[in-house]
Design a protein around this ligand. Structure first.
Ligand code: DC
Length: 233
């Protein structure tokens, strides 16, 4: 089994890059942020505010009502909330703030732990998140901490949301990204930080292909595993 852990703040391109690497290495891509987004979505559905979603006494009672599963079909990951696929509804900027809020509660993290570990134990994976190299797969062969400047990350996130047809404002995307990263990296439990043995890559000035190449090189150096030639994919 091979495990590649990709951690880092929002907008560093973890998802886009990891998906492509999964294809080229012929392994499974796991987007763990989607799990927290799904719990955050449910908190909002239940009428909690973002502030209340950080409180364990508010969020924990809701966990007994839900099942969060990861399924793979059509070549991509789908997270199901009580059997229902929420699609891009979990990508809304408001849900990003809810996801960050619920992710600071230790019971929520415990609730999602087995799902993540089971996938990593039974598949060759590239898994992205905030605590993959530090908590979820501490013995991963490859650990990358992918980061970029606030502006580079906000620009990418803004473009991505616009392409999904969402009516977002650049300044708001930037300020929410900064607020969320601060919360994710300063929380008490499983903060977003590089594992001691992680390779830190700042891709502010990298194209998508350069980011992919940098990670593939690290994978090859650490494991000897090489990507399939592009035409074979
Ligand atoms: O990667 P993302 O932007 O989809 O993640 C949404 C939020 O979920 C993020 O702000 C923090 C939380 N998260 C986490 O705490 N741990 C993870 N492994 C993945 C995401």
């Amino acid at each position: 089994m091979i495990a590649i852990a990709i951690d880092g703040p929002g907008g560093a391109g973890k998802t886009t890059i990891s998906k492509e690497i999964a294809k080229r290495l012929g392994i499974v891509y796991v987007d763990t942020g989607a799990l927290y987004r799904t719990v955050g979505f449910y908190a909002k559905e239940c009428g909690l505010s973002v502030e209340d979603s950080k409180k364990s006494e508010k969020i924990v009672p809701l966990l007994s009502d839900i099942r969060v599963d990861i399924n793979y079909y059509g070549g991509t990951q789908h997270v199901l909330l009580n059997g229902k696929d929420l699609g891009d509804r979990i990508r809304e900027p408001e849900i990003s703030m809810y996801a960050s809020a619920v992710s600071s509660v230790s019971e929520v993290r415990d609730f999602l732990l087995d799902t993540q570990r089971n996938i990593a134990e039974n598949n060759d994976v590239i898994m992205d998140g905030r605590d993959i190299g530090t908590v979820i797969i501490p013995d991963a062969e490859v650990k990358i901490f992918l980061t970029a400047s606030d502006e580079a990350r906000a620009k990418r996130r803004y473009k991505e949301l616009r392409e999904k047809g969402m009516d977002v404002d650049y300044e708001q995307v930037l300020s929410e990204l900064i607020e969320r990263d601060l919360a994710d990296s300063q929380r008490d439990i499983a903060p977003c930080k590089p594992a001691k043995d992680a390779v830190v890559i700042d891709n502010s000035d990298f194209s998508l292909e350069e980011s992919i190449a940098a990670i593939l090189k690290t994978v090859e150096d650490k494991t000897g595993v090489r990507a399939l030639e592009k035409q074979d994919v």
